[in-house]
Structures are given as C-alpha cells and as structure tokens.
Design a protein around this ligand. Structure first.
Ligand code: ZN
Length: 437
C-alpha cells in the first residue's frame, strides 16, 4: 500500500535522532538547558500538520507540551500517553559516539535518550502526525503529554501539571509510558514482552552516628566512623530474599511456561540465570534493595571526628514496605540514628482489563509469538505521579529487541542506543493500540 503522506514508520527514526540532538540534560540546576528547545520542536512538528499543542513552562526553560485528540465516542474514558523530555547527563569521553549527535549507525539510533525516553517521545509525535494527515480519529480521547524533569522527580513536569492544571487530564483513567513493552528472548526463542504494571517504592535514609572526638593517636573505642561503617556494611552486604508478589508470581508462571517447566518456587533462581543479560533486571524485580550511596565524615587524618553520615537508597516491593523497614531497622542497629529523607509509595495496578487486552492484541498482531507478561519495574516513573489523579499507569513502549542487546544497561548507560527497526515496530504496535482501543 502506498500513502500520499509520510507515515509514522517513515518519520520515527529521524524524529528520534532530532530529539537526541537537543541536549536536555537534567542537572537539577536552574541554569541548565531545560526542555524548552525540545518542547518547541514538538510544537513545531505538531503545527506542521495543523495541530496546536499547549505549551507550559513551569519555570524558565522547564517546558511541557500537552495536546488532547478528541475521540469519536465521548462515553469512553480517555487514555493518557506520556513521555519525558529530559535526560540524564552523559560523559562524552566514555562514549563511542558523541552522546548528543543522534547518529544512525549500523541500524541503531545512538545517543543519550535513545531508550530513556526520546524514542517514545518521537513515536508519539510520528503517530499524531500520521493520524492527523490520514484523518484517523481515535475511539476515545487521547491526551499526549511530553514532560519535563522526570529524571529528578517530576517537580517541573508531571507533578507541576497534576497540581496546577489537573483539568488537562480530565477523564483519563489509564496511561501508558516508560518502562515496559520491550522484549526479552527466553527458551526456544519465545519473546516475552514485559509490561510494567508495578513499580517498587522508594525510601531514602540518612544514617548518622555521634561518637567521641579527639586525638587519633589515642586508644579510641567510640569512633563515629567505625560505628557507621559497620551499619553500612551490614546493609550493603545483606542479601534480600526473592519474593513472589502477585505481579512477580504471574511473571514467573509465564516464564516457567515458556521454558516448558511446571511452576515451582524452586526454579526461581535457576531460571533467572538462564535469561542472560535480562537476568539482573529480573532479579532486581524480585527483591527489596538498599544501597549505600554517600558517606561523609572527618576533616583531618589525625582527628577522630565527632560524627559521620551516610545515605541509603532503599527500594521496596509493592505491599511489603513495613517488612522492608523492619529489616532495615534491625540492620542499622540501636546506636545509629536513622531518618527518612524521601519516600515514594510503590505502585501496582491490575494486569487485566480492556487496555491490557488491547496491548496484548496489538503486540501479537505485530509479533505472532509475542507473550505479554506483567513485571515490576525496579524504579519509579511519572506514572506514580499520575496515580494521584486515580490514573492507572502501565509501562508500554513496544520494542522488539535483538537478543544480543543488553537493554537494561542502556538506561542511563554509556553508548545508549535503540535499533531503528525496534522504533518502527513500536509505532506499528502503538498505531494499532491507539486507533483501535
Ligand atoms: Zn525515563
């Protein structure tokens, strides 16, 4: 079939590369580049097909774009499709290609944001342009949002909009965004597509100890550093057990089935290690984690300081926060002062219902062997902020990936890149979903 207009699959690669070339590194610094240039580019791309987005700056250069496409059936609830425009910074010296070059080499689009998440931003633009050019109306209202500041918590993006302009999302009951919808290849070449319907929660803790300050040449039993280092070691070395929450259980039932194994907890560890590069990702979704990330103490070699401080990045599985905190408390011990400095709830939405069925159908139509499975994202996304409006968020950026790509290491990693044909696959799946659901 030929079309007399550019289709989404013919535009998505160049749109993605163009977005990568706009540096939107989020340093959390008011003088940083912000998302303005990327948001203006999206406004321009929409304008080219006669669409007028709403451009919202929450602070200088911290820009968001939202647009609602009215559906044909006003009785249906609206669907939110969102992506963030900011990226984490990149150290160019470690990369094979400059991280903001958006080069297309050997079938891959390279650069910071290629998978987190300018790929989806580009798919959203490409599909909107195609739907507008072809005169395709969705069944339900679609709200597309390109957001600022996700990488540092969404204060200038999702959080600002949800607080200041919630009417933009009126009628939205469900959302799709990062991180999910990508394939991992398992036994016999079956491709599992991991749809994120759960996210671990977050607890950041500051640990402090106070001891006796004094001359470091003396016998010194009450040393704040030694005391704190002990607690940090206990936490850092603790092996959190694998746990089957309801999402993890569903995931493992599917995984066992794809290896033709009867489901049993005993297979858990063995089966995870058969997965190759996705093993680390899957192993993380099964456990709490608590990693020491900062440690400060002391000011001179010959002085025992009076205090020491450390920070722990803790992540807990949905429904198990109390158990996680109780274990941490035990590991910290009675002589260390412990304070929660940030907390975010975990998220878990049902892996069933019309949207989940529509996502599965759209995947199967483009990849007949596709098997969609629920999974628990180790970290959080803007979906947790939209949950405050009662919106059920799923991670669904469909990508059919080659087995050789270590996808999870692309996120915030060096040489971040996405296969061109995965982008084309993505728009083909999303086209089906957005026009039929
Ligand atoms: Zn992201």
């Amino acid at each position: 079939m030929t079309f007399n207009y550019p289709t989404a699959d013919s535009e998505v690669v160049s749109l993605c590369a163009a977005l990568i070339r706009i540096d939107t590194s989020n340093y959390g610094d008011p003088d940083g580049p912000g998302e303005r240039r990327a948001a203006e580019k999206i406004m321009e791309w929409l304008d080219e097909v006669g669409l007028i987005g709403t451009y919202i700056e929450s602070a200088p250069r911290r820009a968001n774009v939202v647009i609602r496409i009215p559906g044909t059936d006003p009785r249906l609830p609206a669907l939110l499709v969102h992506g963030h425009l900011d990226v984490v910074p990149a150290d160019a010296t470690a990369w094979q290609v400059p991280p903001f070059s958006g080069e297309v080499i050997d079938g891959y689009v390279w650069g910071r944001g290629a998978v987190d998440m300018k790929h989806m931003d580009a798919m959203m633009v490409a599909l909107l342009r195609e739907m507008t050019r072809s005169g395709t109306r969705p069944r339900r209202d679609l709200v597309f949002a390109w957001l600022a500041d996700e990488e540092l918590g969404g204060r200038y993006g999702a959080e600002y909009l949800v607080t200041e302009q919630p009417e933009l999302f009126h009628g939205c009951t469900d959302a799709i965004s990062e991180v999910g919808g990508f394939s991992i290849e398992v036994g016999g070449g079956t491709r599992l597509y991991l749809i994120d319907n759960a996210q671990r929660g977050l607890t950041w803790l500051r640990l402090t100890t106070n001891g006796r300050a004094g001359h470091a040449a003396m016998v010194h039993p009450n040393n704040a550093i030694t005391e704190l280092a002990g607690a940090i070691s206990r936490i850092g070395l603790y092996e959190w057990p694998q746990q089957l929450t309801s999402t993890n259980l569903r995931f493992f039932e599917e995984l066992c089935a794809s290896y033709d194994l009867p489901f049993s907890d005993d297979h858990l560890d063995g089966i995870v290690h058969r997965l190759g590069s996705p093993a680390r990702l899957v192993d993380t979704m099964l456990r709490h984690t608590a990693n020491p990330t900062r440690f400060t103490a002391g000011y001179a070699t010959n002085v025992v300081p009076e205090c020491a401080a450390a920070v722990i990045d803790g992540r807990f599985l949905p429904g198990l926060e109390a158990e996680f905190l109780a274990t941490l408390e035990r590991l910290v011990g009675p002589r260390v002062h412990c304070e929660v400095i940030d907390r975010e709830a975990a998220l878990e939405v049902p892996f069933e219902g019309p949207l989940v069925e529509a996502m599965k159908d759209a995947l199967r139509a483009e990849d007949p062997t596709a098997r969609a499975v629920p999974w628990c994202l180790p970290a959080g996304t803007d979906n947790r902020i939209f949950a405050r409006l009662g919106i059920r968020g799923y991670g669904f950026v469909p990508l059919r990936l080659p087995r050789t790509l270590d996808f999870s290491s692309m996120f915030h990693g060096i040489d971040e890149r996405v296969p061109e044909d995965a982008l084309v696959f993505g728009v083909n799946v999303l086209r089906r979903l957005l026009t039929s659901y």
